[in-house]
Design a protein around this ligand. Structure first.
Ligand code: TLP
Length: 342
């Protein structure tokens, strides 16, 4: 099977499995797991933040971050296709007691001009703004990357308005690769950033939340409340360290494969995608001009050995990662062409 459903599907590499087997461990709730401690120090270094915490999932990292920056009864501003809004089971409401205020954008990328109009003060009528969330790369906008000056402008504006900015950087290493800068530069101005070890970086489990020491000290309490106090988690952190240190260097290959996929898909009759807009490892394409529904295309592709999901009733998503190579992409393109044109 060629699995293009997500970059979450990668299997741990032999080096990861060895490191997991040999990891030094301790009870992380007591702060005594040396491998987790090392991973948290590395994540803080790489992001240029004071501290970082290992969490089981990106959803938990985002949930904790929003809790850090808000009080019950406030609003969280984000783009209307944000993962936080559509794919995290209303955790903002459930855990933080806040409403998400979605802002429509053409390409998933918020600007200070759009955000500043939506900021609300405390009044007797409306929920005041609690914080701003930006997603980089933007998953459902096809792996879009925020411009660095756009992030800076948002963060400066937010700071002047007394608001924190959280970056859902599940794929921030892809953003850094695309912008040809270190991750620390991409996240320089945000208050907190969550990034996933288990997406493009290829670890089997885990995400990191980074911010100030004060943020991360409080985050430990929220992680425990959410049931994320893991014990000998060093076996997971060991794979995470390899993901963090060794895998960013190979993301350019995934990006090249995604661009290749997009330009071939663009040529298939009835399929619409702007290959020029693909700059990371996600390709979202529109199949509404074919005679088939995305879910049906997905089923037919599966029968041809290709896994590729529909994301709504018009669009499908292909995600490249280290378990698919150029030849796999070629086979997937051929299968898609057959399915949509027969
Ligand atoms: N994304 C998954 C699905 O949930 C859609 C995927 O296959 O892409 N932020 C962003 C931007 C994400 O893409 C994801 C996962 C998360 C957060 C949540 O991470 P997990 O799955 O670890 O909770």
């Amino acid at each position: 099977m060629i699995d293009l459903r997500s970059d979450t599907v990668t299997k741990p590499t032999p080096a990861m499995r060895r490191a997991m087997a040999e990891a030094e461990v301790g009870d992380d709730v007591y702060g005594e797991d040396p491998t987790v401690n090392q991973l948290e120090r590395r994540a803080a270094e790489v992001t240029g933040k004071e501290a970082a915490i290992f969490v089981p999932t990106g959803t938990m990292g985002n949930t904790i971050a929003i809790k850090l920056h808000t009080q019950h009864g406030q609003e969280v501003l984000c783009d209307s296709r944000a993962h936080l809004l559509d794919w995290e089971l209303a955790m903002v409401a459930w855990f933080s007691g806040c409403v998400v205020r979605p802002i429509d954008t053409e390409d998933g990328i918020l600007t200070w001009a759009a955000l500043s109009k939506r900021i609300k003060p405390v009044t007797q009528y409306a929920a005041p703004t609690g914080c701003i969330e930006i997603e980089n790369t933007h998953n459902m906008a096809g792996g879009r990357v925020y411009p660095l000056d756009g992030i800076q402008e948002i963060c400066e504006g937010a700071r002047n308005a007394g608001l924190a900015v959280h970056m859902d950087g599940a794929r921030v290493f892809n953003a850094a690769e695309a912008a040809a800068v270190p991750v620390s530069r991409v996240v320089r101005d945000v208050d907190t950033v969550m990034f996933c070890l288990s997406k493009a970086l290829g670890a089997p489990v885990g995400s990191m939340l980074a911010g100030t020491r004060e943020h991360i000290d409080r985050a430990r309490l929220y992680r425990k409340r959410l049931g994320g106090g893991m014990r000998q988690a060093g076996v997971l952190a060991a794979a995470g360290l390899i993901a963090l240190d060794q895998h960013p260097a190979r993301l350019k290959e995934d990006h090249a494969n995604a661009r290749y996929l997009a330009s071939a898909i663009e040529a298939i009759d009835g399929v619409q995608v702007r290959a020029a807009d693909v700059s990371t490892n996600i390709v979202i394409f529109d199949v509404s001009a074919t005679r088939k529904a995305p879910a049906g295309i997905s089923r037919e592709l599966k029968a041809r050995g290709v896994l590729l999901n529909a994301i709504n009733d018009r669009q499908m998503r292909a995600v490249t990662h280290y378990d698919v190579n150029r030849a796999d992409c070629e086979r997937a393109i051929q299968a898609l062409a057959e399915v949509v044109t027969t």
